[in-house]
Design a protein around this ligand. Structure first.
Ligand code: 3NM
Ligand code: MG
Length: 551
């Protein structure tokens, strides 16, 4: 080993935190349980409130356990403790600890040295110095495990992805682990969400997800499995397509699509789990219609913009809609909190960037949301999606700017889905839905939908409810869970995609049926008829009337 640097697998990086142990749980026992099955690949000892003597004692005992399971160990911050231990024990430092150049000088060339980075500048600086062995990128989500983390520090998967982009500029790639609020629910979506043009995370670092668990071997196994499936899906495709392309497995999404939609709607209507709660942050123009539409579609609307209750509601919601229609500062803060809570809970998030091209304020709001929250489905008309993707060929006129025509709608939805790692729904006379690999064109709908206000917003709610139903469905049938940006890992079927398509079809077919009614004379009488027809939507009607095809 002398003179040779340890090669570390960063897949599942356990950071210790004795203060987070469940009551009565012994630290060494917890550490041993975490390592015994071979899922944790590296351990960092993190102690903030003890002197170096006690830290060294704990470290020596911990090293015996790590050695027993052949897991490399690092010390957080404390250089003297690291130096008192064999050279195979590394050091991890933060931005406010000893400067990395000093640390490297004292440690010598062979000892493993890691650094925490929290923004692009720090990542670039780490790359330029070229003396650390890896970086920790965080906090991806809010966490109570580290003191002083505020909501404004939170990177989100997209923020992490920007940092990864900066890290890739080194001739020799700098490995990186994501940290902060990662657990069995957030890990998969975050790993995929953090992928950028040609760089990807090497693993995840966790404290509470393992340490705070009464049987830490369980989350360790589950988290290792998630990282493994990410790497498997990602590695095999990265070489072929480049990292910018999503690592799709070949699922059979095009087979029996209509039957799957019918099956999902049947399940949703029977609502074994009760109507999913759809937390809808939307404009005051469309609020009432959206809430009534949610109710008609076997869901419960809750129209809260409050940051203060985001975390509580996040525990019970089935899905979230972030609609920037008439957004103000309160809703802007609320969206950040609600999006974060939904990501932490693995709940689908629909973003409706109403009129985003109309002002730089709206553009800034959308950027902020997308940076912070891993969106599950991005919905917009031609003008809105063009504005987000940077296409200039369609000028937004405001909310009703759906009439623009796109040269290549299929390419737009596919490329945006790849880039943003979410489902993309382009609405218009025809609707297009893509997950980055598949794209489907839906020709149902009625022009009266375009003559009432808030029908697009209401569609966002129906799609959110449908994806919440898809999550319940996969849970109920014990299918591989489909989480956020991770939807492409699961080879079974893409139920989030099926869910979104079910929402689009339900709303559009309801509009056709409403328009056909003899009591509907125009947009005024159309609204109650639309609500009634959506409430009466059945799997049979969808099967009979659906007009869609893969394109
Ligand atoms: N460092 P948990 S976040 C130690 O952003 C640490 O650098 C972070 O704990 C960073 O897995 C964090 O319980 C705490 O959220 C991670
Ligand atoms: Mg530190």
């Amino acid at each position: 080993m002398l003179g040779r640097k340890l090669v570390i697998d960063y897949s599942l990086y356990l950071v210790t935190g004795r203060e987070l142990l469940p009551p009565g749980k012994d630290y060494y026992e917890s550490l041993e349980e975490s390592l015994k099955d071979g899922h944790v690949t590296v351990v960092q000892l993190r102690e903030k409130n003890i002197d170096s003597g006690e830290f060294l004692e704990i470290a020596e005992k911990s090293l015996k356990i790590c050695d027993k399971y052949r897991v490399p160990m690092l010390i957080n911050d404390n250089l003297s403790v690291a130096l008192a231990l064999p050279e195979r024990v590394g050091l991890h430092i933060g931005q406010t600890d000893i400067p990395v150049q000093q640390a490297r000088k004292i440690l010598g060339p062979n000892r493993h040295l890691g650094l925490s980075v929290h923004n692009v500048e720090q990542a670039e600086a780490a790359v330029d110095l070229d003396i650390v062995d890896y970086v920790g990128v965080g906090p991806v989500y809010g966490t109570k495990s580290k003191a002083g983390i505020e909501e404004k520090d939170v990177l989100g998967p997209r923020g992490a992805s920007r940092i990864l982009q900066a890290l890739e500029k080194v001739p020799k790639r700098l490995p990186c682990v994501l940290i902060g609020g990662l657990n069995e629910k957030t890990a998969a979506g975050t790993l995929f969400g953090a992928v950028c043009d040609s760089n990807w995370p090497d693993g995840i670092a966790v404290i509470s997800a393992i340490v705070a668990h009464p049987t830490p071997s369980v989350p360790a196994a589950n988290l290792a499995k998630i990282v493994k499936s990410f790497k498997k899906a990602f590695d095999s495709h990265a070489k072929e397509f480049g990292a910018g392309e999503p690592p799709f497995t070949s699922y059979d999404i095009e087979k029996n699509t209509i039957n799957k939609i019918a099956e999902l709607l049947r399940f949703h209507r029977a609502s074994q789990y009760g109507p999913p709660l759809i937390q809808t942050l939307t404009s005051h123009v469309s609020s009432t219609l959206s809430a009534n539409i949610a109710l008609a579609f076997s869901s419960s609307p809750i129209m809260s913009h409050q940051e203060a209750e985001a975390e509580d509601l996040g525990k019970v919601t089935g899905a979230v809609v972030l609609n920037i229609g008439t957004i103000g500062d309160e809703a802007r803060r609320g969206m950040r909190a609600v999006g974060g809570a939904a990501n932490r809970g693995g709940k689908p998030v629909v973003l409706d960037p109403v009129g985003v091209g109309a002002s730089s304020f709206r553009k800034g709001v959308v950027e902020e949301i997308m940076n912070h929250t891993q969106i599950t489905l991005l919905k917009g008309n031609a003008a809105e999606l063009s504005a987000i993707s940077g296409l200039e060929d369609i000028q937004s006129r405001g909310v009703d700017s759906g009439s623009g025509t796109l040269k290549d709608p299929v390419n737009l939805v596919v490329s945006m889905a790849c880039k943003e790692k979410c489902l993309v729904l382009l609405t218009g006379k025809e609707d297009y839905l893509s997950n980055g690999q598949h794209a489907v064109k839906v020709s149902n709908g009625h022009e009266l939908l375009g003559r009432i206000t808030g029908s697009g917003c209401a569609l966002g709610v129906v799609v959110a409810a449908s994806m919440a139903a898809a999550c319940n469905f996969t849970k109920h049938n014990k299918l591989p869970t489909t989480h956020l940006g991770s939807f492409m890992v699961h080879s079974d079927t893409n139920w989030l995609f099926i869910g979104a398509l079910m929402g689009v079809l339900s709303m559009n077919i309801a509009s056709e049926l409403a328009a056909e009614r003899s009591d509907v004379k125009g947009s005024g009488t159309f609204i109650p008829a639309l609500i009634d027809e959506l409430a009466a939507m059945t799997p049979e009607k969808i099967v009979e009337r659906a007009k869609f095809g893969f394109v």
